[in-house]
Ligand binder design. Structure first.
Ligand code: ZN
Length: 135
């Protein structure tokens, strides 16, 4: 049901600071920047062999990423996202396994993907995203 690791979400204070690091120090190429109003973040994507890095900069003080940066002032790994062809099915599988869900139903994320998060208290500390490619 899970196809691959879709992306790793990394919280950053500033894309203007983080994007040049990934481009210059690691030689990766930024594929694009997108604001996701629903999540109150601005994202930048890098393709690393089919798995992506998703840099996340908060766009509002009450953004989940702003709260993460209060606890982790240098930024850091925020979540791991698994690609599935059936996000609703994957969510109900996790729920049946006793996992606490942050999103009972999928929301729309960057690139129009259907996304839903599992609570880190149920996933041994790893904020886990399930995502399904948009049509
Ligand atoms: Zn993500």
């Amino acid at each position: 049901m899970i196809n691959k690791i879709d992306h790793i979400g990394i919280a950053v204070k500033s894309l203007d600071e983080a994007v040049p690091y990934y481009e210059k120090a690691l030689g990766l190429k930024c594929e694009g920047v997108e604001t996701v109003e629903d999540q109150k973040v601005k994202t930048a994507f890098f393709n690393v062999g089919g798995t992506h890095l998703e840099l996340l900069e908060p766009t509002a003080p009450d953004s989940p990423i702003a709260k993460f940066l209060e606890k982790n002032p240098f930024g850091g790994v925020h979540h791991v996202a698994f690609n599935t062809s059936d996000v609703v099915g994957a969510l109900s599988q996790a729920k049946e396994a006793g996992v606490r869900l942050i999103n009972e139903t999928p929301k729309i994320g960057a690139h129009s993907k259907k996304i839903a998060f599992l609570h880190p208290k149920s996933t041994m500390g790893v904020l886990t995203e399930l995502c399904q490619d948009g049509e």
